[in-house]
Write a protein that binds this ligand. Structure first.
Ligand SMILES: C[S@@+](CC[C@H](N)C(=O)[O-])C[C@H]1O[C@@H](n2cnc3c(N)ncnc32)[C@H](O)[C@@H]1O
Length: 207
């Protein structure tokens, strides 16, 4: 039953092709942290379809009621209730009921919402928490060398910046450079429908 639950169309878009990438990229992962779980729609779709791992949701506390409502309507044994995580002031949250450390982090449609200092903090935190070979998987639109990849992305970026001057579609090259500063190296890049992409970073072994 999904009627009356908070609903995001952006979250519904492309969830099947995103799942196909996650099933491939997370086949060896055991404990995934989702950052910015939003309404919770992605988590209830992905977790039961990648059932060998645990899916830990997280977001700012304001979104927890929605995530919990989606989990109640679509329970899955490997789906975990949201942890409070505000990139502005929290460390990476840990679920004490799960012994395993995170070996992958997933985030969708969020790099263009948070400010650049929070993007930097995100890579700092994720780079610090992932073990060697751990993966960071990011879904959303990106610019190329400062240029929009489509007219629809340009319109989207204008609307984002009108709502919040600190948000906006990020430059692919800036993200790669930032990730490398935290030993997260681009491993795979998937073109996704509607001019979106999935970037898969893998944590380097330490020196
Ligand atoms: C556009 S929504 C994307 C939600 C979901 N991942 C999706 O694909 O539909 C952006 C998400 O970023 C989260 N967010 C914004 N600021 C944040 C912060 N400071 N710390 C953590 N998450 C934040 C929002 O709460 C929201 O869940």
């Amino acid at each position: 039953m999904t009627a009356n639950l908070p609903f995001s169309q952006a979250c519904e878009n492309n969830k099947q092709p995103i799942l196909s990438v996650l099933q491939k990229e997370l086949k060896d992962s055991l404990h995934v942290l989702e950052i910015g779980s939003g309404t919770g729609q992605h988590s209830v779709y992905f977790a039961p379809r990648i059932a060998h791992l645990t899916w830990q949701t997280s977001d700012v506390v304001n979104n927890h009621a929605s995530i919990n409502a989606w989990h109640a309507a679509h329970p899955a044994a490997n789906l975990y209730a949201p942890l409070a995580f505000n990139l502005a002031h929290d460390p990476v949250p840990v679920n004490k009921a799960v012994a395993a450390p995170y070996d992958a982090v997933f985030m969708a449609n969020t790099l263009h919402i948070i400010s650049w200092p929070l993007v930097e903090q995100l890579f700092n935190l994720v780079g610090g928490v992932l073990p060697a070979h751990g993966k960071l998987i990011v879904y959303g639109p990106f610019n190329e060398n400062g240029h929009y990849t489509s007219g629809s992305n340009q319109q989207f970026d204008i609307s984002l910046r009108q709502r919040d001057v600190n948000s906006g579609i990020r430059n692919f090259e800036d993200i790669i450079e930032l990730a490398e500063q935290h030993r997260l190296i681009l491993n795979e890049r998937y073109a996704m429908p509607a001019n979106n992409q999935i970037l898969v970073f893998q944590k380097l072994l330490s020196d």
